[in-house]
Write a protein that binds this ligand. Structure first.
Ligand SMILES: Cc1ncc(COP(=O)(O)O)c(C=O)c1O
Length: 460
């Protein structure tokens, strides 16, 4: 039985829809007071919002709990339904009780956190990091990345990103005058029966061809969202050679560095020969400590990258919230002794297994992720009625939008369509997949796994 009864819709191909509140507003030049009495659109907004898909209704607001049945299990959005460890939240409470952490911090970040970062990550980068010039605390990885773009991009500079890509990159690049250049990660061929994220490959010649005289930067996201790919050392070495040959800044987005499975090695591109000087590594307390709402992240890199980025971040946010920096510091100070990342990885391993076993039972193909907390399910064999009452926000988008919507409505488990992580020209590559997040407690995942078995009725 269909659980959603929405008005039936035309099946005409439509472009993505802008937010209703902004769709009628103009970005035209100011030509003086409006002639009419209509005061709903007096001030024109910046044309930069039109670039970078900033006005397009994003996938998160479409596949949002508010639009889905109230009992739908949310495996769409990549945030946890459990809190940070208690010993970390206790440190946050302590910080709130003290005076200093309730006030501005140094724009570089609180010294306790910078020292904790050096103690924890220094050995991983084979160096004693200079807490004054090689570490920068940011308001989440997002803001750190934004600040790097602000600090380094000139109008028209090109930034290479592998597709599928974390959707925030696009507006962050274009708001700062950059031009995104997309290089696809190639999905495994049909013949691979049990694909893993390692079967998604880069074509190094394709990457080379994408580089022009305007290329300034390349973003390397490992472990990768949404594929879960943990780039191999050989792949990173090839990228590093190109970065060296064409003098590129490398943004190593490693926010999922503590979530690598099956004994796979997480290689930091910054550690490859010559790469420290041109690489900024991006990390996130949100991912490390199940605290995505804290908005605390950090950048690690040479002074030549951190200093201009500090100048930018100081003028964007001035500083990151202070009490939660203290808590993140307490977290990093204790992880080794508590074997926290090892235990957390085990927990995620169990969560991953619940979901993948459910997909195995269903007989549907999926990409076994070696890192991060996402599984891509191949939904190309999931059949749904063409006249299903899909909402306008889903009609005209990739098939995966409709498959994901159908699964959420009929099965009661939400996911995120993967074509959203591609540019419009390449969106069809992602259409086969829906992304399921397993950063949820085991009870929730078990309930989702049970519900997902009902998909059998819709598999051809
Ligand atoms: C690949 C990637 N980079 C960066 C971020 C942003 O991290 P933060 O929440 O610390 O801003 C995310 C969040 O989902 C992500 O998936």
């Amino acid at each position: 039985m269909l659980r959603a009864f929405l008005p039936s819709l035309s099946r005409i191909h439509r472009p993505p829809r802008p937010f209703p509140s902004l769709s009628n507003m103009s970005s035209t030049p100011n030509t003086g007071p409006p002639a009419s009495q209509d005061r709903s659109n007096l001030i024109s907004f910046s044309s930069r919002l039109k670039e970078g898909r900033a006005l397009v209704q994003d996938v998160w607001s479409i596949f949002n709990a508010a639009n889905l049945p109230s009992d739908c299990i949310n495996l769409g959005q990549g945030y946890m339904n459990f809190g940070p460890p208690q010993w970390v939240t206790e440190a946050a409470e302590e910080a709130l009780k003290a005076v200093a952490p309730n006030h501005y911090s140094h724009p570089k970040g609180r010294i306790r956190l910078r020292e904790a970062i050096n103690n924890f990550y220094g050995p991983q980068f084979n160096r004693n990091l200079d807490v004054e010039s090689e570490i920068l605390v940011t308001s989440g990885a997002n803001e750190g990345q934004y600040a790097v773009f602000t600090a380094f991009l000139e109008q028209g500079d090109e930034v290479i990103m592998f597709e599928p890509f974390f959707d925030q990159y696009l507006p962050s690049v274009t708001f700062n005058g950059g031009k995104p250049i997309y290089v696809p990660l190639h999905p495994p061929p049909e013949s691979v029966k049990k694909p893993t994220s390692d079967d998604w490959t880069i074509d190094i010649n394709e990457l080379r061809r994408a580089i022009t005289s305007r290329t300034k930067m390349i973003i390397v996201n490992t472990p990768h969202n949404p594929v879960g790919k943990v780039f191999r050392k050989e792949e990173l070495e090839q990228i590093a050679l190109l970065a060296e040959e064409f003098n590129l800044l490398v943004m190593a987005d490693e926010v999922y560095d503590c979530l690598v499975f099956d004994g796979k090695e997480h290689v930091r591109i910054a550690n490859l020969p010559g790469m420290w000087d041109r690489t900024v590594t991006v990390l996130s307390a949100g991912k490390a400590f199940a605290a995505t709402g804290w908005r605390v992240g950090w950048l690690i890199g040479p002074k030549s990258i951190i200093q201009p980025t500090l100048a930018a971040t100081t003028r964007i946010v001035f500083c990151t919230n202070s009490p939660l920096q203290e808590a993140a510091a307490a977290g990093l100070e204790q992880v080794k002794e508590r074997k926290f990342f090892e235990k957390q990885r085990e927990e995620y391993n169990e969560r991953r297994a619940i979901l993948t076993e459910a997909f195995d039972k269903l007989g549907l193909k999926y990409i076994l992720p070696e890192g991060s907390y996402f599984v891509l399910l191949d939904v190309s064999k999931v059949k749904f009625p063409e006249d299903y009452p899909f909402p306008p926000s889903v009609v005209g988008r990739g098939r995966d939008f409709r498959a994901g919507w159908f699964i959420a409505m009929e099965i009661g488990v939400s996911s995120i369509p993967v074509s959203e992580f591609y540019c419009e020209e390449h969106a069809t590559i992602g259409e086969a997949y829906a992304r399921f997040a397993f950063c949820k407690d085991t009870d929730t995942l078990k309930r989702a796994a049970e519900r997902l078995q009902k998909l059998k009725n819709y598999v051809e």
